[in-house]
Write a protein of this length. Structure first.
Lengths: 397, 250
């Protein structure tokens, strides 16, 4: 930096300079402000009428929201401290969430049960712009794992509060929910059972297989190749191919039908998700065990530990963070893949997605897609935090 | 010829034969049908559908390669360094969106058919290529980059003549991952009426004809394995050519 630069810098405060990411956020937010904020439809499947920011809310709240957005954009544009940007980002996101609900109640005519109001492209772009601001701030602040989980819990609590308060009840996605609330929770339970159940079974079976592959070298290439090929089979085909063998098992093995095995439904979905989960867990177990330092193993041998003691007291604990990373990958992947189970009658949130595609009712698609994305995202945050917590404990030099 | 290559050749020839003359295999597939169901997909030529499937995957992967490599180059240059941490987080978050949701939500904007599938495959393809290009460009041997600076190369020359060629095998590994994921994900595109091999599988699911599900799944699986192996071989060749075989065994 030359002397001229330094002199220049001292004449104005440090925050008075453009932030490159801020420029990007401002551009996205500007596009979001121009595009329709909400869509009004006379019933759930006709084409929507776009409503701009000014039309979507009464004049005072509309002005307030525009004011909040402007302050948010200015804070994003200038070089304010990261914590200020984080606070501003969360504040704008909260305002958007509250005002979209207001907009829905304002636009819906009194007593009209057919009219639907859904968020427009402008709302999604504004949400994206300030989510970028929050993501960047969170990435830069490098919070400790427990604080990250605390922030996640706070966000979930805020959303739960909004849902509970009923301020979103006029939004079309919640109207779709209202007409099928029992089905929503039933499919939600199935979805969780499919995603978590398959990962749990894959963990119980995958870790011993991984240990075996690590100990018995000739086995390794063969097992990993077979699991690799399983990954290349498209999910809808694997789900379909398991129908016939499971139907045979249900028909011919006594007791199988009683524990819920049948050709269609949840059983083939669970088996398919399990098959996809094995590769990351087995290969991460092998890689984790391989990366245990030879010094640690030598020390354990020197102390007179048996092979079994070394495995449980030294090698597995040291390899655990890597194994957990494998579990994280498959859990996030299976929460998404479980949506496909609906195609073969396996249930889960995919039911709403496919019904929505069939009826070209996008709000119904959202009713399936939003909880799936939220679950996958929450699982990713929590498991990333756990991986960091465990690796800090065991990898201390 | 190595035994592995002989197997690959046999598999490849069988695949071509099956696509050109599927009737030859009807004996095998009729083992999986009941009640005189057709053994071979009869609502269109398997060859056409396969070529269309490959075309969609190719177009989407080409687009994601250009964008992902471009973005990775930008965030590793000094003027884009501010975006590096954010882009890493975004790549991570992007993976939490299930393909079906992306497809379904692209429909209102793009209509039914190939377009939403292309968009979903493009978005999914970005992540592995971006991650690998970043890894490739940030883990270069310091001796080589220092030497390039020492001989007076400009930033642009270093990028084109030194950094990209050295990172190429790692970038290619990203493209390989992306192609294999896209080949399988493209089948889901048929739920929004894209003409991919998913059509064959879904037809099988709807009429509970296992033969259709099996042939759709087999074609995709075999294509994925063959393309995966071909790209791996190309990577090994490039590694050897740039003298990096010993450097990165992964």
């Amino acid at each position: 930096m030359s002397i001229a630069d330094t002199a220049h810098a001292t004449t104005r405060p440090a925050w008075l300079a453009l932030d490159k990411l801020g420029v990007l956020i401002a551009l996205i937010a500007a596009a979001g402000a121009i595009l329709p904020f909400a869509l009004f439809r006379a019933n759930r499947i006709v084409v929507g009428k776009p409503k701009s920011l000014l039309e979507a809310l009464p004049s005072f709240p509309s002005g307030l929201l525009i004011g909040i957005l402007l302050v948010g954009v200015v804070i994003a544009l200038l070089r304010f401290p990261v914590t200020a940007k984080l606070a501003a980002g969360f504040a704008v996101l909260a305002a958007l969430m509250i005002f979209i609900g207001q907009s829905a109640s304002y636009l819906t005519p009194e007593g009209d049960t057919f009219a639907r109001v859904s968020p427009g492209a402008g709302f999604w772009l504004l949400l994206f712009a300030f989510a970028l601001l929050v993501t960047d701030a969170l990435t830069r602040l490098r919070f400790k794992p427990l604080i990250r989980i605390a922030i996640l819990v706070a966000v979930i609590a805020a959303i739960a509060l909004l849902l509970w308060s009923g301020s979103w009840n006029s939004l079309s996605i919640l109207k779709e929910y209202a007409t099928r609330a029992p089905a929503f929770w039933a499919e939600g339970r199935t979805h969780l059972a499919l995603a978590f159940g398959s990962v749990a079974i894959a963990t119980v079976i995958g870790i011993p297989v991984g240990i075996l592959c690590y100990r018995v070298k000739p086995l390794r290439a063969g097992v990993l190749n077979v699991l690799n090929i399983v990954q290349t089979i498209p999910s809808i085909a694997l789900f379909g191919l398991l129908i016939a063998p499971l139907a045979w098992v249900a028909a011919n093995i006594p007791g199988a039908r009683d524990i819920g095995i049948s050709g269609i439904g949840a059983a083939p979905a669970l088996v398919a998700l399990f098959a996809y989960s094995l590769l990351p867990i087995v290969s991460n177990t092998v890689v984790g065990l391989q990366s245990v330092s030879p010094a640690a193993i030598d020390a354990a041998k020197g102390m007179g530990m048996t092979g079994r003691q070394r495995l449980f007291a030294v090698e597995l604990p040291l390899a655990f963070p890597v194994i957990l990373t494998g579990i994280r990958i498959v859990l996030v992947q299976n929460i998404g893949l479980a949506t496909i189970a609906a195609l073969i009658g396996g249930g889960g949130f995919g039911v709403f997605v496919f019904q929505g595609i069939g009826q070209t009712a996008m709000d119904l698609v959202l009713l399936g897609a939003v909880p799936t994305v939220a679950l996958a995202f929450a699982a990713a945050v929590v498991l990333d935090a756990l991986v960091e917590l465990t690796s800090r404990g065991s990898r201390r030099p | 010829m190595k035994p592995g290559n002989i197997i690959r050749l046999i598999v490849f020839v069988t695949l071509i034969l099956f696509l050109a003359k599927p009737e030859l295999f009807s004996g095998f597939f009729s083992l999986f049908t009941k009640n005189n169901q057709p053994a071979i997909y009869n609502q269109g030529s398997l060859l056409d559908i396969t070529l269309n499937h490959l075309g969609i995957v190719l177009a989407a992967t080409a687009a994601s390669t250009i964008i992902a490599v471009g973005l990775a180059i930008i965030v590793t240059r000094p003027f884009g360094a501010e975006f590096l941490p954010l882009s890493r987080s975004l790549a991570n978050i992007g993976q939490t969106f299930p393909p079906v949701a992306v497809l379904a939500l692209a429909v209102p904007m793009l209509g039914f058919g190939t377009a939403p599938t292309l968009v979903a495959l493009f978005l999914y393809g970005l992540l592995p290529i971006f991650e690998n290009t970043l890894t490739g460009l940030t883990n270069l041997p310091p001796a080589v980059t220092d030497a390039a600076k020492g001989v007076g190369m400009t930033g642009w020359q270093r990028l084109i003549k030194v950094e990209l060629p050295l990172a190429l095998p790692v970038i290619l590994a990203g493209i390989r991952l992306s192609v294999v994921i896209s080949l399988a994900t493209a089948t889901i595109g048929s739920t929004v009426a894209a003409r991919t091999l998913g059509e064959v599988i879904i037809a099988g699911l709807l009429s509970s004809n296992t033969a259709f599900v099996l042939q759709g799944g087999l074609i995709v699986g075999v294509l994925a394995v063959l393309i995966y192996d071909a790209l791996s071989a190309l990577e090994r060749y490039l590694m050897a050519r740039t003298g990096q075989l010993g450097r990165a065994a992964a």
